[in-house]
Design a binder for this molecule. Structure first.
Ligand SMILES: *Cc1c(COP(=O)(O)O)cnc(C)c1O
Length: 360
């Protein structure tokens, strides 16, 4: 076996212990004589897998009893529509915070359903920071406030939670969920596509407060109504069973490693050492305001962009994969989610120093 270090933004690296366990259980899940992929989602075996995954996620994130955890499909992108469909509840307006590429997509989709107030934006700063809360222009009659705690493409992260009072706060946590403890009570809805920090693609996790369920926009498909899933334990139709199972293995892996407090410490250390190496060099640069740098996605550029190709091909030879930056940003991006071992970050830093010595 030759596992390399995969810095992909998503679908992203999974813990090797999780993959090994999935391999061991692939043909015969715990004496059932079946693969999880072959099981009825309504059979007792899969129900036990589903319930265990939900219980473990609730424990990891300390999710209060008045929140439902939904296991959906359609990605975070479907939530860009499901959020307004379910949360407008008779209001015609919602507030959005614009901090980059994913915020913009959420805003564009919300505009199909309501008036969008951009209560704050860092576009004038080229999305290199997050807007200070003091300057947010929040509407008291907005149905909700939506923000993106971690902009996966720009590498910009909120290290604080906005206080929106009685207006429900909605967070697209696709690339930061499970990377540190979060106070779920502060949110109306938290959603995340699984393929960054939860498990494989195909699963979308939605954590929604009970009182926000059950009053969708009229005329919408039942599959876009949170209540459809809340009333059926997310089994209104066939759920993405294998992704749900693998997410459950990841939750178990996180628990064994000390949960989100332990993860936060490791993620802090991993990201700080990578930023420190970038900042200490004249050859590499990260343009993001140090107060809002992402602990999960670290974009960086080379002083001479004509060396990008060599950097990527030599990195690949050194076993460091998928470091190419997003096409809209250029340069490099190292995504260092929970499952990226600290040794991967150490080897990346060594490689970068060596490349600089030879080319700087
Ligand atoms: C990846 C990503 C998305 C899109 O997720 P899909 O599951 O592909 O729809 C949305 N928001 C953020 C912050 C992301 O990182």
């Amino acid at each position: 076996m030759n596992r390399k270090y995969n810095f992909s933004a998503g679908p992203a690296v999974l813990p090797v212990e999780v993959l090994e366990r999935a391999r061991d259980e692939l043909l015969d899940w715990q004496g059932s004589g079946m693969s999880v992929m072959e099981m009825s989602h309504r059979g007792k075996e899969f129900i036990s897998i589903a319930e265990r995954a939900e219980a473990d996620l609730r424990e990891l994130m300390s999710i209060p009893a008045n929140y439902k955890v939904l296991f959906l499909q359609g990605g975070a992108t479907s939530q860009f529509a499901m959020v307004p469909i379910n949360l407008l509840r008779g209001r015609g307006k919602a507030d959005y915070i614009n901090t980059g590429a994913w915020s913009k997509k959420a805003i564009a989709e919300a505009k199909r359903f309501c008036e969008v107030g951009v209560a704050a934006s860092s576009e004038a700063q080229k999305f290199m920071t997050v807007p200070a809360f003091d300057n947010w222009q929040l509407n008291a009659d907005a149905a909700y406030v939506h923000y993106t705690p971690n902009e996966t493409i720009g590498g910009v992260e909120f290290h604080w939670i906005p206080e929106t009072g009685d207006v429900p706060l909605v967070a697209d946590m696709s690339s930061t969920i499970l990377s540190r403890p979060v106070d779920v009570n502060k949110y109306g809805v938290i959603y995340a596509g699984a393929q960054k920090n939860i498990g494989p693609a195909g699963l979308t996790v939605v954590i929604v407060r009970d009182d926000l369920i059950g009053e969708p926009l009229p005329g919408m498909p039942a599959m876009f109504d949170y209540k459809t899933y809340a009333d059926s334990d997310s089994m209104a139709n066939t759920p993405p069973t294998y992704s749900w199972y693998l997410a459950g293995l990841v939750f178990d892996w996180l628990k064994q490693r000390g949960g989100l407090r332990a993860m936060a410490e490791i993620n802090e250390r991993k990201s700080q050492k990578l930023y420190a190496a970038i900042d200490a060099s004249e050859f590499y640069a990260n343009p993001v305001d140090p107060a809002c740098r992402s602990r999960m996605n670290v974009p960086f550029t080379l002083a001479d962009a004509s060396l990008d190709r060599d950097f990527l091909s030599e990195a690949r030879t050194a076993g460091l994969l998928t470091l190419k930056g997003h096409r809209s940003v250029g340069g490099m991006r190292a995504s260092i989610y929970n499952a990226m071992p600290e040794s991967g970050v150490d080897i990346l830093i060594e490689f970068m120093a060596d490349f600089e010595r030879r080319n700087g």
